[in-house]
Design a protein around this ligand. Sequence first.
Ligand SMILES: Cc1cc2nc3c(=O)[nH]c(=O)nc-3n(C[C@H](O)[C@H](O)[C@H](O)COP(=O)(O)OP(=O)(O)OC[C@H]3O[C@@H](n4cnc5c(N)ncnc54)[C@H](O)[C@@H]3O)c2cc1C
Length: 276
Amino acid sequence: MEARYGSLFRALRARRRENPGASPMGPGGWLTSFSGGVKTLAETAAGKLKNALRPGVSAAAVTRQGAAYQIETDSGLTVSARRLFLACPSWQAARLVAPMHERGALALERIPYAPIAVIALGYAREHVGHPLDGFGFLVPRGESMRLLGCLWTSSIFPDQAPAGHVLLRIMMGGAVNPDALRMSDGELLNAALAELKTLLRLSGSPLWTRIYRYERGIPQYTLGHAERLAALANMERTLPGVYLCGNAYHGVGLNDCVISATGAVARALGAASHEQ
Ligand SMILES: Cc1cc2nc3c(=O)[nH]c(=O)nc-3n(C[C@H](O)[C@H](O)[C@H](O)COP(=O)(O)OP(=O)(O)OC[C@H]3O[C@@H](n4cnc5c(N)ncnc54)[C@H](O)[C@@H]3O)c2cc1C
């Protein structure tokens, strides 16, 4: 955006002028999911792959054998393949490629991940004074709050809470407050409620609570990421048949991950067409 518009602020203003209904980051509109939740995506893919999919089996080591790669798994199964798509987190990919490409492994290892805790709260509607008329809120850094944000999940996806109830999804931790994940469940819940109570005018206690911790939750594109991506493009050239995809490279949203996956497949198909 800087290259095209001269500065980020100019870019944001220009984008808004070009498409007044859209947010600067993309088209406007509702957030979307599958009915039944995002697990539908994984379950549908699994249904199509049938027995070719080995859930719960991890790649433990990869060795190059001529034009093929031998993948040893933690279940004792060994697979030989000419194409290897590393769709796992970058720190796992680092471990797998290390014996074949030291510089690539180093670039992968250097992509840091921020930890994140997700607290899901179910409330009776009458115990939430706020109208919840939106998608929720994100907290800017300067607010000295512990919440990163709160999604009003049942406002976005009404079928995700029973009638007369609401579902809130709170995020804590992140790159600015990684120690949040060291808090106990009770401490996390109290910290979240302390800030939410006044913001959303909560009365009473949540009827339903779930807490999820992601130690390596969100990859961070820190200074040097572009150089890391260049090293990884070089690694793909040096190791023909190896393709990286997933959230660690060009975007963390699910849409970005789908683009990343289709890009990896396109590179593989392009290479295959030259082989014939
Ligand atoms: C709390 C949270 C909330 C989010 N909310 C949103 C949202 O609302 N909208 C949105 O668009 N995005 C959201 N994201 C981002 C998005 O969900 C992720 O970036 C995306 O799901 C990552 O997909 P992936 O395929 O790259 O990685 P993953 O989904 O993590 O898949 C990697 C897979 O690799 C497997 N694996 C790991 N090691 C090995 C190994 N050695 N051998 C074999 N398999 C291995 C893992 O088991 C896993 O199944 C959120 C992320 C988090 C953490």
